[in-house]
Design a protein around this ligand. Sequence first.
Ligand code: AMP
Ligand code: TRP
Length: 332
Amino acid sequence: MKTIVSGIQPSGRLTLGNYLGAIKNFVNIQENMEYDAFFVFIADLHAITVPKEPLLLRQSVRKLAALYLACGLNPEKVTLFIQSEVHEHAELGYLLQTISYIGELERMTQYKDKKIKQVDGVSSALLTYPVLMAGDILLYNASYVPVGQDQKQHLELTKILADRFNYRFGETFITPEPLITKIGAKIMSLQDPTKKMSKSDPLEKASIYLDDNEAAIRKKIASAITDSDGKIKFDPINKPGISNLLSIMSCCANKPIEELEKAYDGKGYGVFKQAVADSIVSLLVPIQEKYEAILNNKELLDKILDDGAIKASYFAKKNLNKVKKRMGLLRK
Ligand code: AMP
Ligand code: TRP
């Protein structure tokens, strides 16, 4: 049985980084890979590890569901659901906490980054976040997990926890592997190309949001930080800004970077930036049109999410029971 699992947090507006690093990859897998089951969920339990306004959270969950569909995920091929509607996620997350060490969680880069941003104290759920994520994956016995580069460390922890569980309680989990695209796995900030483009960046013009209109996209690309040597070459160390724009255009236009380097050789940054913006606009405008239509079709969206939760629960329950039995829980 080959199962694929991934999720995205419904927090804030999604960026082009989320699309190119994750969602585009989901659609590619859906169309081109062989698998027995593919689960894509909305990681709302992860989103609340930092304070969230309930009303906004509820809206963000629906918006992410609509976006998954607008980007091309097909509910006949992929099981789409909301994490908190399959309660086995929280339960396996707890069980796996019993075999996770505080030290290994405190070493997680994302925890260290997020911890310093918390003004009202750091929730214990922020620390155990990667264990919940391991639970999301192991609950379905996934073989593959498509994610962006920033989730690699969490995947490594997932593998460690799977192996530790198997060692202690007997062979139960498959050790999952991340699926990370070559280009697009780490889209950088437009204002500081040494930093990843992030939906939590307070600087609006650092990110292209998936709901940005054409004018905003053009303006943000025009003001993206580059360098002064005028050459359009892929060199992430010395030319991080231009390299980032080349990666973006390569992914949006589905053209190899070398082809773009040749096509824009000697053309200057102005012309190149305009072409980058064109490629983003051609990609995002059709998605935005579909998105609006789906978001307004409340019944359809609810039906897809209800069906998804039922299907995911069926697999989750079966696997969770197996895990509990292995641990000495459950009488029957
Ligand atoms: P998050 O925004 O943390 O919920 O991330 C959702 C997915 O998008 C994960 O698979 C991330 O690895 C991916 N992702 C987030 N930001 C970027 C980025 N700047 N470049 C590529 N992938 C990203
Ligand atoms: N932690 C991931 C992120 O922030 C989201 C996520 C939660 C996830 N559970 C997952 C991704 C399981 C893949 C598999 O991007």
